[in-house]
Design a protein around this ligand. Structure first.
Ligand code: PRE
Length: 394
């Protein structure tokens, strides 16, 4: 007969081990900050993918010897390395911009507590500030106004989504502002069906939702019978409503993380049509920033070329000839000038670099309008791949 297993004792041991893991994560983080300091002195890039690959292969092999699955080990350490790179980048940015070292920042974003913009703001500043003063706004225009007027330090704006594309209203607002883009962050959008009290899908009669998540979950909603949809101004409003009702026949579409701020829990997860759903946000401020040499940078430009055949191609050729990679091109109509377009160009280059400065000089000669919206660190860290031979079973 097996000895009776004491669940409480086992859980105590697990809690103890988890605490030790946390202490080790914190110790590792502190060490990588020293790495960043050393890289600041030597002006070496933060990212060293050869080192990452060697580290991952060695950890996978050691993990296999301990009976740990290769994918599990890879996933954990890719997350740890991503955190390390982002933390090092944030640290180097404070060295390059001493005025950014404020412990408290004020941020304007769309919606209230729990909105995706709220989550993006908190995630962005979690490694950059001790305290955030939140300013939930009703519109993108309000956000810009709050920053322009000096009411807040920063504005967080969604600029594109992997399923619904570019957010035109934000692009149009950027044409007319003196604010600079100083950062970016990509936020996973994970729609769930959330309820305030224990319930079952078959009991739900009303779903509160904002138009965007509603459209993004249409396949799931089509399959539900006898359900009424109540449109709300924002996801945060919908969450607040469902919390207030405390009714097992009502639910809301939103993120699990946002819902937890309203004590809501997920009845169904991953209900969006597209599983991989991400929004990219930009952070705007009154003053431009410098991007440290050790960090990959992105610069955003707006140009208007006029009605000359091939004018845009000429500008893009300038970038190509200077070896500058364009990572996004977007066009928007110019208000009051029918059929004329304004082009938004993101390039993977630091504004301090000679190649980009020369390219901008050449492009300026070929355009009748050019504006530099900002230069900022690339926040997206693509994980280093490990060879499939390392992932294969021993
Ligand atoms: O060893 C380094 O150079 C680090 O910056 C540390 C570290 C890591 O966290 O292990 C992070 C980023 C590099 O790409 C490689 C490894």
């Amino acid at each position: 007969m097996n000895q009776a297993l004491d669940l409480n004792k086992i859980r105590e041991k697990i809690t103890e081990l988890d605490q030790q893991l946390l202490t080790l994560f914190a110790e590792r983080r502190a060490l990588t900050l020293n790495v960043a300091k050393s890289k600041a002195q030597q002006v070496r890039p933060v990212r060293d993918q050869q080192r990452e690959q060697e580290l991952l292969i060695s950890l996978i092999n050691k993990g296999k010897a301990l009976g740990l699955d290769a994918h599990y080990v890879t996933c954990i350490f890719q997350t740890i390395i991503e955190d390390s790179v982002l933390n090092q980048q944030a640290y180097l940015q404070t060295l390059a911009n001493p005025n950014m070292q404020e412990p408290t920042v004020s941020v304007a974003f769309l919606g209230a507590k729990g909105s995706y913009s709220y989550l993006a703001s908190h995630r962005y500043f979690s490694r950059r500030a001790e305290k955030i003063i939140e300013h939930g706004c009703q519109s993108f225009y309000d956000i810009m106004q709050q920053v322009e007027s000096g009411m807040v330090d920063y504005g967080m704006l969604p600029i594109e989504n992997t399923s619904s594309g570019s957010i035109n209203e934000v692009y149009d607002i950027l044409q007319h502002t003196n604010l600079s883009i100083v950062g970016e962050i990509t936020q996973p959008i994970e729609h769930c069906l959330l309820t305030a009290v224990n319930s079952q899908l078959s009991k739900i009669r009303t779903i509160y939702a904002h138009g965007q998540p509603f459209a993004q979950c249409s396949n799931f909603l089509d399959k539900q019978k006898n359900i009424r949809i109540e449109y709300c101004e924002s996801t945060a409003d919908a969450m607040a409503k469902v919390y207030q009702l405390q009714d097992d026949s009502v639910a809301v579409i939103g993120s699990e993380e946002g819902g937890s701020l309203y004590q809501l829990h997920a009845l169904e997860k991953s209900i969006a049509n597209q599983v991989e759903n991400h929004s990219r946000f930009i952070l705007v401020a009154r003053k431009p920033i410098d991007v440290a040499e050790q960090i990959p940078a992105k610069t955003t430009l707006i140009i208007a070329t006029g009605h000359k055949p091939g004018a845009l191609v000429e500008c893009l050729m300038v970038l190509k000839n200077k070896g500058i990679n364009m990572c996004k091109l977007e066009s928007r109509p110019i208000q009051g000038r029918p059929w004329e377009e304004m082009f938004y160009i993101d390039v993977e280059a630091n504004l301090k670099h000679l190649a980009l400065q020369e390219a901008i000089t050449e492009i300026t000669e070929q355009t009748h309008f050019i504006k530099i919206l900002g230069c900022y660190p690339i926040e997206h860290i693509s994980p280093t791949n490990v060879p499939s031979s390392a992932l294969a079973d021993a």
